[in-house]
Design a protein around this ligand. Structure first.
Ligand code: NAD
Ligand code: IPM
Ligand code: MN
Length: 347
């Protein structure tokens, strides 16, 4: 159980420290944690956001626990040197194409979401976001139009194999949940989405037990706040999944609660909260570490088959919340460390 710990920038450092404390408290006999630099901090120390040393550590590991990357000081750097390239590079380099982002309402938080309590209560959603393609990884650049205007461009594309493999992940997840699969696209406008939809329909033939529906992304954004209980599993592309998952986080209370697993074909995975480095609250003991702690639970489940230990962490988080331990993101005043203590107490 060799885990590369890539805490990164801003609150990434603070929230990862709490998740590490929780992992250590489980007293797993084979647990080995190795720290490595990533993001803006890695750029400042090594001249690159994803230095070769870090890639080496990662390749010698069984899983990655990731905090967050992003530093306002680095926003003017050439794009390939920006902190965000580290997480994009890891996902692509390691073939982690399937991003699972679960969103469920913890008991006691029904009144604290951005939705009416009766609407929030119904949420038990998994967003399956494709992570290796889409407009994120197409050709991009700046050029000058014939009329002399500066123009930025980013090519959006998916090939059929990329869609097929993420569609299978979506269908398998829906089957495991005994639920429905909603594929979200923009097929009324985008060719990329038309192919997406065609392939998802093809793959559906292998999963007769899963009820498949299709929704345009603009409607999905609306339905997610109108009636989130209609969704069991959403499968969607990289960009739409990014946006819809931040939205889903507020439907269950806070972005500080949403964990994620990024998986490829094998058991290796990268586990990270869906939020970023939050420069506005970094270094102030204000960040909610629960999303990262819950990501560590996902790691134990998906990479190591340690279902009981994963459930133990999730139960401890639920208990801490039920006992009223809440950070500023949920209208409370518990600090990062204090929230970590509460989870440890409830393990
Ligand atoms: P963000 O997720 O960092 O923050 C958005 C808002 O949510 C902020 O007000 C922040 O204070 C709050 N927030 C986020 N996480 C929180 C937590 N755990 N507890 C309490 N409040 C929390 O998004 P942003 O502000 O758009 O981006 C900041 C930087 O992070 C940028 O450089 C961005 O590129 C980067 N980013 C990185 C990742 C990642 O590493 N995977 C994800 C998203 C954004
Ligand atoms: C996320 C982030 C990243 C993304 C950024 C930092 C590249 O927003 O993990 O959700 O867009 O995937
Ligand atoms: Mn995001």
């Amino acid at each position: 159980m060799k885990i590369a710990v890539l805490a990164g920038d801003g609150i990434g450092q603070e929230v990862t420290a709490e998740a590490v404390r929780v992992l250590k408290a489980l007293e797993l006999p084979s647990l080995e944690l190795v720290d490595a630099d990533v993001g803006g901090i890695a750029y400042k120390r090594h001249g690159h956001p994803l230095p070769p040393e870090t890639l080496g550590t990662v390749r010698a590991s069984d899983a990655i626990l990731f905090g967050a990357v992003g530093d306002p000081d680095c926003d003017a750097l050439e794009r390939h040197l920006r902190p965000e390239q580290a997480i994009l590079g890891l996902r692509k380099e390691l073939g982690l194409f399937a991003n699972l982002r679960p969103a469920t309402v913890f008991k006691g938080l029904e009144d604290l979401t951005s939705l009416r309590p009766d609407v929030a209560r119904s949420i038990d959603l998994l967003i399956v976001r494709e992570l290796n393609g889409d407009v994120y990884f197409g050709e991009k650049g700046m050029r000058t139009t014939p009329g002399g205007l500066r123009e930025g461009y980013d090519i959006m594309s998916y090939n059929e194999d990329e869609v097929r493999r993420i569609a299978h992940v979506g269908f398998r997840a829906a089957k495991a949940k005994g639920g429905r699969l909603c594929s979200v696209d923009k097929a009324n406008v985008l060719e990329t989405s038309q192919l997406w939809r065609d392939i998802v329909i093809e793959v559906a033939a292998e999963y007769p037990e899963v009820a498949l529906s299709h929704m345009y992304v603009d409607n999905a954004a609306m339905q997610l706040v109108k009636d989130p209980g209609q969704f069991d599993v959403i499968v969607t592309g990289n960009l739409f999944g990014d946006i819809l998952s931040d939205q889903a986080s507020m439907c269950v209370g806070s972005i500080g609660l949403l964990a994620s697993a990024s998986l490829g074909e094998g058991s290796f995975g990268l586990y990270e909260p869906i939020h970023g480095s939050a420069p506005d609250i970094a270094g102030q003991d204000k960040a909610n570490p629960m999303a990262t702690i819950l990501s560590a639970a996902m790691m134990l489940r998906h990479s190591f088959g340690e279902e009981a230990q994963a459930a133990r962490i999730e139960a401890a988080v639920a208990k801490a919340l039920a006992n009223g331990v809440k950070g500023g993101d949920l209208g409370g005043n518990a600090g990062t460390r204090e929230i970590g203590d509460a989870v440890l107490d409830n393990l």
